[in-house]
Design a protein around this ligand. Sequence first.
Ligand code: NAP
Length: 494
Amino acid sequence: MAFAITQNCCNDASCLSVCPVNCIHPTPDEPDFGHTESLYIDPRTCIDCGACADACPVDAITRVSRLPADQAIYAEINADYYRDRPVVAEWATPKFPPAAINTMPRFDVAIVGTGPAACYAAQALLRVPSSRITFYDRLRVPGGLARFGVAPDHTGTRRIGEHFRSMFTHPRVTMKLGVDVGVDVSHATLSERHDYVVYAVGADTDRRLDIPGIDLPGSMSARTLVGWYTGHPDVPADAIDLTGVRRVTIIGNGNVALDAARILTADPEDLVGTDISPHALAALRASTVSEVVIAARRGPEHAAFTRSECQALVTRRGVEVAVSGPEGTKQSIEELPMSAPASALQNAAVVDLNDNDVVPALGSARRIVFGFGRAPIGVSGGQRVDGVEFEDGTVVASDLVLLAIGYRGRPSPGLPFDTAKGAIRNVGGRIVDDNDARVPGRYVVGWAKRGATGGIGDNKVDSEETVEALLEDIADAPPSERRRLGRVKLRSGR
Ligand code: NAP
């Protein structure tokens, strides 16, 4: 009887390094790594030792025989990953750090940001005994998206924040909170103060959707809702007004949309004792929301959400999940392989979104409708939104519209920016200028490096790649030498 990896998997691969028989895949050196929504345990080779379950930072690994009913499908999902794959129980030749970490000169690194990517970078840097780190954050509380991005009911995932917090009190770490780098202190000054700077600034703006009515009151970014329920200091308690709201339409069907839909339809009593903000809990207790429509412009085969997040919605009690879309949508869902995220919707009822009666017809208190093939062309309303118009002629009456079409980084004067990606220009984590020449001493991790894709654990391997580059550079040019060279270049405007 093997173990299985379940819904919470954060992909940070902590489990891989402790497995004695290499039964967890994909490993970071396999092409699938970073492209699957979770890691999977091969039941053919698992020896049932449980080491992975002990190492998992988010409690996502369980003995198959102990899977609760709503997670039982994960035994099948893990086994399914290996259906056409050979048994790989051998470990690849181990890779050792490129530099001799015990003989490195003392160096200090500024990490701008305190979210997951910043913490994984710090974790990798602190393995070098001569490293010193100073974290900068514009907020007065550290944690970034681990604190203000992960939904409060994802208690397992939020637990990783506790692990990150140990980084902030490490004896070789200094915290500078309430300092907005680029505003309170320039990038050039930071580079003068520290040997190296690692930017972990995330993606703090939204992709734009330029359709008529998008800026009407009652239409806003899902980021506002997320900040509202996690208690982000920038989001006031009255930023979301659910008074009289019966139907919410969310544009986009990534995991941010699913988080928003799940919280808006949750039984508020299930959120008591979580990290939800008190104002959001009070508003949800008084909420009249009966339906959330998640509108995707493409079909079910292109769903942006992960299977595990969708699975968690369909197995929840008290909320119906339905689908809607052009003819053939249901059949497309039925034909999807198990690994496809929307295959979790195979038992969902089909409803007609043109029917604007928002009281769910399925006998439950609340309903979530996954709308497919709904490209938005306008938001209607006078003083406030009253509906969303789609290219196929559908108009979905809506009292609140949330835009969940993805995030982008914000250009900061003095830092090269890749406009297409919405991220800082870099090669493998080394920041490069517009001519692809390296900017000495500056590095980037996380969403600011690769664009706004991937969950918390995806940052581990990504941050380690950047730190590996930084350590290689230290070996090539010791810190004092580098700082002298870097200063010359920065002063000459690069
Ligand atoms: P996302 O996964 O990139 O999804 C964006 C959605 O917006 C897609 O459905 C996309 O549709 C749609 N979209 C983009 N441009 C559009 C347009 N012009 N008109 C209509 N629809 C448009 O973004 P996200 O939900 O913000 O998530 C960002 C990352 O954070 C993801 O990697 C996500 O998995 C991760 N995350 C994970 C969790 C979790 O694990 N629980 C929670 C939150 C976020 P197309 O596919 O057609 O482009």
